[in-house]
Design a protein around this ligand. Structure first.
Ligand code: AMP
Length: 403
């Protein structure tokens, strides 16, 4: 039975046409209410507010983010919990790109808003929606501090050797071309959590975290600090994902422009929306790919092998970057749920000292984490469910309380 917390953070993840939110106790991580407002700007908008196990749905036009935030407060007023009875510490906003400007969660000021706006060219699909969400939340909650938590922030500790692309100076200096990395909130949460679960000090742990969801990234975490990560300037680099193919010879773009007559917009679109599992199999959903493999689909089998091969590349490389490995961690939709993929990766990394506990790997309950390596395994292997909302709430509360 969930209880109304005395203090909480409203976590907001605003996209171009949707706002996801959760009311989270930053100490326990309990979410007492959550919701999704979608199809903003379309004639038929939708509000879904869930509290106490019941979801309340509403369909109505939602012209903009300001209206969405008004509907959010109305949903809380109508269905609870009563925000007036809660000490609302902060509204914590997920912001995708913080560039090199933000290494920490940051209380929103007019200057911060300008900087987020200036970062739009680096994340044209994400930062504008994030910004709209902040502006709307400022109107809806004028007396509550707004805190921006950046997806890139955790990776600002990467050494220049890892974050620098070997490209012309003008690209690096004028256009800020470098590796930034994403999913930082998840990697931060999971690497801290696994240290707690292992009962080992985080500052002595060399970890590789595999965040495998619709988007996917690998991070090398040394003593709690990101030292390398697979996503780069954009979230296109690295692992094979639902609709993004990850690593690619940059010459492919020029080849398609010259030989296929594709525009840069068409190449961009194909790389972010039509590649990855979708490009290889026709489905972006890993579960479906697994179901097709079971009935002998050759495309699905190849996709699985490409996914595994790329994962081996990254874990092997990061073990070298870290100078050894203490723990390998799987998280997010695929990482938390697909025992077959985990088993294949862990078996093929056995040369590093990973030994799979087969029973533990298949016995994990949905949504539950746990250790999936044997007692004797030199490198521990864990599944840790990610919780980005809790991490945003925790970081936002910390910033506000530390002021
Ligand atoms: P996320 O972006 O973290 O929500 O993860 C979404 C991905 O997780 C999708 O590709 C889903 O197909 C995948 N997924 C969810 N449940 C399972 C499952 N039981 N087995 C394999 N993949 C799953």
């Amino acid at each position: 039975m969930s209880s109304t917390p005395t203090s909480a953070v409203l976590v907001v993840n605003a996209g171009s046409s949707s706002v996801k939110y959760q009311l989270v106790d930053p100490v326990t991580g309990e979410a007492t209410a959550k919701g999704l407002i979608e199809r903003i700007g379309l004639p038929r908008g939708e509000v879904h507010h869930t509290v106490g196990g019941t979801t309340y749905d509403e369909v109505l036009p939602i012209p903009d983010h300001a209206t969405a935030l008004r509907l959010l407060t109305a949903a809380f007023a109508e269905h609870g919990p009563d925000l007036g009875e809660i000490d609302l510490l902060a509204v914590g906003h997920r912001v995708v790109h913080g560039g090199a400007d933000f290494a920490d969660p940051t209380v929103v000021t007019p200057e911060v808003l300008i900087t987020i706006e200036q970062l739009v060219p680096l994340a044209p699909l994400h930062n504008p929606g994030n910004l709209e969400g902040i502006l709307a939340a400022q109107q809806a909650f004028p007396d509550v501090p707004q805190v921006a938590v950046f997806d890139t922030a955790f990776h600002q500790t990467m050494p220049p050797a890892a974050s620098t692309y070997a490209v012309p100076r003008a690209w690096r200096e004028q256009y800020r071309v470098r590796r930034y990395g994403f999913h930082g909130t998840s990697h931060a949460y999971v690497s801290r959590r696994v240290a707690e679960l292992m009962e080992r000090p985080l500052d002595q742990l060399r970890a590789v975290v595999l965040h495998l969801g619709n988007g996917a990234s690998a991070t090398a975490v040394d003593g709690g600090r990101s030292v390398d990560t697979s996503m780069g300037l954009t979230p296109l680099e690295g692992l094979v994902m639902g609709t993004r193919g990850g690593d690619l010879d940059p010459g492919v773009a020029g080849h398609l422009a010259r030989s296929g007559g594709l525009t840069i917009e068409e190449v961009d679109r194909a790389l972010s929306k039509e590649s990855g599992l979708l490009g290889l199999t026709g489905s972006a959903d890993f579960r479906e790919v697994q179901q097709r493999r079971e009935v002998g689909d050759a495309d699905a089998e190849l996709a699985f092998q490409v996914v595994v091969h790329r994962l081996l590349h990254y874990v092997g490389a990061y073990a070298a970057v870290l100078g050894g490995l203490d723990v390998l961690v799987f998280t997010a939709g695929v990482g938390e749920n697909d025992g077959e993929l985990r088993a294949e990766v862990v078996r093929r990394l056995s040369f590093l000292g990973t030994e799979l506990d087969e029973a533990a790997n298949v016995g994990l309950a949905r949504g539950e984490g746990g250790r999936i390596s044997t007692e004797d395994s030199a490198v521990e292997v864990w599944v840790v469910p990610t919780n980005e909302e809790w991490e945003i709430a925790r970081q936002a509360a910390e910033v506000v309380e530390g002021r």
